[in-house]
Design a binder for this molecule. Structure first.
Ligand code: FES
Length: 142
């Protein structure tokens, strides 16, 4: 039996929102130095609402599933709500992840925050993203 939930497998096999975005308002780039996986996440923002999100992930199946889920979750949310999406919420929405794969959902949360951070920097406005939240966390990888 797979250690992954049906939802993880569904998002891994048929990920939503894959691909590059034409002229994104914000782009996030993150990577995990231990496993070497890389995630890029793009957002479009209008009147503080995230109207669209896409991603490109060079990584494991759980990283693909969490990117797919986080881009689904963030659409239609305002920036404040988007910043409240935690890796735990992403993993829960996927029906859970094996402990050894939790860092993959951390990468998805960081990719989103990194895209929001980039959006604010492009606007020349102070970013509401805590730089600590974007730090590569080697401890999340067992
Ligand atoms: Fe590194 Fe999944 S193994 S993001």
């Amino acid at each position: 039996m797979s250690q992954y939930s049906d939802k993880v497998m569904e998002h891994f096999r048929h990920p939503h929102n894959v691909g590059e975005m034409d002229k994104p308002d914000g782009t996030g780039h993150v990577g995990n130095p231990v496993c070497g996986d890389i995630m890029e996440l793009y957002i479009k923002v209008k009147d503080e609402i995230i109207t669209d999100a896409k991603f490109k992930t060079f990584g494991c199946g759980a990283a693909i599933a969490t990117s797919s889920m986080v881009t689904d979750m963030v659409k239609g949310k305002n920036i404040k709500e988007a910043l409240e999406i935690s890796n735990k919420a992403v993993a829960e929405a996927l029906g859970g992840l094996p402990a050894i794969k939790l860092h993959c959902s951390v990468l998805a949360e960081q990719a989103l925050k990194s895209a929001i951070d980039d959006y604010y920097k492009k606007q020349g406005k102070p970013s509401p993203v805590n730089p600590e939240d974007l730090k590569e966390d080697e401890h999340t990888h067992e």
